[in-house]
Each structure stands twice: as structure tokens, then as C-alpha cells.
Design a binder for this molecule. Structure first.
Ligand code: NAD
Ligand code: GLY
Length: 357
């Protein structure tokens, strides 16, 4: 018997649903028709995903009455930039899309961030939907409405908060993912487990992602939905979702984006967990359990980049405010806190949890 579709509501303005289960790429047409009516749809993807999944998406959309065109860019974080954004915007303009049409983001987090930003800018905003195809995009980036591109100075420095009209994750996409890309998603899932604590953390400490990936994804999305509902524009609580990301983004930047986001976040998470323990910021031992959960997925728990280099790279982090930076700190499982520090302390905090990898 095939698995049921699980649905999570994201009650922001306007509210939308995330649906998770098998076969959703073939069902996307009728499901989106209920939300957006038959209109013109531009599917934005990367060339890897487009070769694998565009025909199914296009057929489903066309059979439901959409007029479909598609645009794809080469895969990879290095393409998440202003040049690709510009080319995507020009494509929408050449296709003469109007505000009653839509963009469909088909791909991982890179595609979702770029396509969402493109839709949010074009004509000052047209609807878009997220069809994530990686574990990372399913558990994290396809809900919550953060979109954007990288600038030379750092990650995600240009972007918009703009919520999708829907998220549909076809769990069959997991079958074509290389193990390293699965691991990237496991990293964000472990982060969410540390934040949530309770049953989600227990699942991630055990082999939950292998045994019941759809269940873990739905729980991660539900946890993130709660935070996004309370703080859609990251004025406070949503900063917790950046757990592991200050150092993670610095690692990505130091590697010139050759280390993928999920791997970099895993190292960032391990470093902040060890630092928190060493500096007496934790209420229970966290570091060994977090690193064990990451290592289960062959993720790195340290980095070759020195604390000074990482602290320098973090200067352009969005979480910096003037001469201060706010870090998410794993005080306990389900009890993470925000700590604001002088930027000048960042190097010593990183050094307290640093290990070479
Ligand atoms: P990605 O989008 O680069 O995808 C990784 C690789 O997998 C790519 O080569 C892609 O072509 C390939 N791929 C995608 N789906 C596939 C499938 N089903 N089968 C085979 N190959 C497939 O990387 P990612 O890890 O999905 O996303 C990382 C990005 O997400 C980063 O840019 C990060 O900043 C962003 N992100 C955004 C948010 C947010 O809230 N907006 C949250 C977390 C991460
Ligand atoms: N991934 C962090 C956020 O959506 O806020």
C-alpha cells in the first residue's frame, strides 16, 4: 500500500500548505490548478533536476490546463547569484508572464531560493510554488519564504521574504539523490531536531531518516512552520533556525562554495555545540550527541579553516548588527537560546569549539 500524503499548514499571511508523500510530481497539475487556476507557468529548475523530473511536471501541469514553459540553469551554489537572477527575470519577461501567472520552483534549495526571489521581484511579485527535490529543500528551504542569492561578499545577502503559494514534496525524489546530497538534508534535519528536542530529536538520534523519511520531514516542516508563523520576518525567534549557520556560512565562503551548505552547517553545528559546552553555556551535555547524529550521516564535525579565517568570513553575515552578532546556542535539546556577542569575541568562541577535519 502506498504511503499517505501528509499535510502541514503554514499559517502566515497568506496561509499555505506543505504536502509530503509519493507521486506528488505527477499530481502537481490538479493540485496547483485548485490554488492558481489554469494560467501560464514557468518552471525554473537546474539542468540536473530538469533532466530527471521536468517531463513529469510539465505533463501534469499541461493536462490540468496550464500553459507551461521551462528555464534551467547549471546546478550548484555558485550559480545562485545575480547573473542567474537576471537571466531568469529576462526569461519571464520574454515569456510575457503577467501577475496572474506563476513560477514553479523545481529543485533543491538553490533552485528554490533563486526561483522564489525571481518570482518575488518580477512585476513586484507574482505567485510561486515550491516543488523541492532534495531532502534539504524538503525539511527546510521550501517553507518559510526566505528567498535570495549570494553576493561576492557573502551568502544570501540579496533576497526577499516571500511565501510560496504551496509546497509539494514528492518523496520519490529521494531515490535519485546521491548520498552526499541526502547527508546535506540530514544536517538541517539534525539542526531542527536539536531545536525541537522531544520526539523529533529522538528520531534523529536513532535512524529516523532512514526508517521513515516522510515522517521526519513532516515533523521538521511542522516545527519550522510554528516558528515562521510567530516570526515570519526573523525579528527574533526565527534567528534560532540559524543554529550552526554563522560558522557554516563562513565555511562555505572560505571554500569558495565548494563545500555544500549542509556539510558546512554540520561542521558549524558541531563547533557551536562544543564551544557552548566549553564556555559553560549549556544546561546538559549536547556536543557528543550532536556530533554522533551528524557522523551517522558521514557529515563533517570540524573544518580545516582556522577560527581567525572563519571569524573574518563571518563579518558579512546577515546576523551581524553593527559591531555585534547574534548566535543560536544549543543550551539543551529543545532549549536553544540566542546570545548576542561583540563581533570581536567571535574568534575565541569559534576557537573554543574548533576541531580540524
Ligand atoms: P542544491 O539545490 O544545490 O542541490 C544539490 C544537488 O542535488 C544539485 O546538484 C542538484 O542538481 C541535485 N539534485 C536536486 N534534486 C535531485 C534529485 N531528486 N535527484 C538527483 N539530484 C538532485 O542544494 P540543496 O542542499 O538542496 O540546497 C542548498 C541551498 O539551500 C543553499 O543555497 C542554502 O543557502 C539554501 N537554503 C535555504 C534555506 C531557506 O530557508 N531559504 C534554508 C536552508 C538552506
Ligand atoms: N533556514 C532558516 C530560516 O528559514 O529561517
Amino acid at each position: 500500500m502506498s504511503q499517505p500524503i501528509q499535510t502541514v499548514s503554514i499559517r502566515v499571511q497568506p496561509a499555505y500548505e506543505a504536502s509530503i508523500g509519493p507521486g506528488l510530481l505527477d499530481e502537481c497539475g490538479p493540485r496547483l490548478r485548485c490554488l492558481l487556476g489554469p494560467c501560464r507557468a514557468v518552471v525554473i529548475s537546474d539542468t540536473t533536476v530538469s533532466a530527471l523530473y521536468l517531463p513529469r511536471v510539465q505533463q501534469s501541469l499541461e493536462q490540468a490546463g496550464f500553459t507551461v514553459s521551462a528555464w534551467a540553469f547549471p546546478a550548484g551554489e555558485r550559480q545562485k547569484n545575480l547573473l542567474t537572477l537576471s537571466a531568469a527575470l529576462e526569461f519571464l519577461a520574454r515569456e510575457a508572464l503577467t501577475r496572474s501567472d506563476c513560477v514553479v520552483a523545481l529543485g533543491g534549495g538553490v533552485v528554490g531560493d533563486l526561483a522564489g526571489f525571481t518570482a518575488g521581484c518580477y512585476l513586484r511579485g507574482i505567485p510561486y510554488v515550491q516543488l523541492p527535490t532534495t531532502l534539504l529543500a524538503a525539511v527546510d528551504s521550501s517553507v518559510g519564504g526566505k528567498t535570495g542569492v549570494d553576493l561576492t561578499a557573502g551568502k544570501n545577502l540579496a533576497g526577499l521574504f516571500v511565501q510560496p503559494a504551496a509546497m509539494l514534496f514528492d518523496t520519490d525524489c529521494l531515490t535519485t539523490l546521491p548520498p552526499a546530497v541526502i547527508a546535506d538534508g540530514a544536517s538541517e534535519a539534525v539542526k531542527t531536531g536539536v531545536l525541537a528536542g522531544g520526539p523529533l530529536w529522538t528520531l534523529l538520534e536513532q535512524d529516523g531518516l532512514t526508517v521513515d523519511p516522510a515522517g521526519v520531514i513532516a515533523r521538521c516542516v511542522a516545527y519550522k512552520a510554528g516558528i515562521v508563523e510567530r516570526d515570519p520576518r526573523e525579528a527574533g525567534e526565527r534567528k534560532l533556525l540559524n543554529l550552526g549557520h554563522t560558522v557554516g556560512h563562513a565555511i562555505e565562503r572560505c571554500s569558495d562554495y565548494t563545500i555544500p551548505h549542509g556539510h558546512a552547517v554540520a561542521a558549524g553545528l558541531a563547533i557551536i555545540a562544543r564551544a557552548a559546552e566549553a564556555l559553560g553555556w549549556t544546561a546538559e551535555p549536547v556536543a557528543a550527541r550532536i556530533t554522533a547524529a551528524l557522523e551517522r550521516h558521514s557529515l563533517p564535525v570540524g573544518t580545516e579553516y582556522a577560527p581567525r579565517e572563519l571569524a573574518r568570513a563571518a563579518v558579512s553575515d546577515k546576523k551581524r548588527r553593527g559591531s555585534e552578532i547574534t548566535l543560536a546556542v544549543p543550551r539543551s535539546f529543545g532549549g536553544c537560546i540566542l546570545k548576542t556577542l561583540p563581533l570581536s569575541d567571535l574568534e575565541s568562541v569559534i576557537a573554543a569549539g574548533w576541531e580540524v577535519f
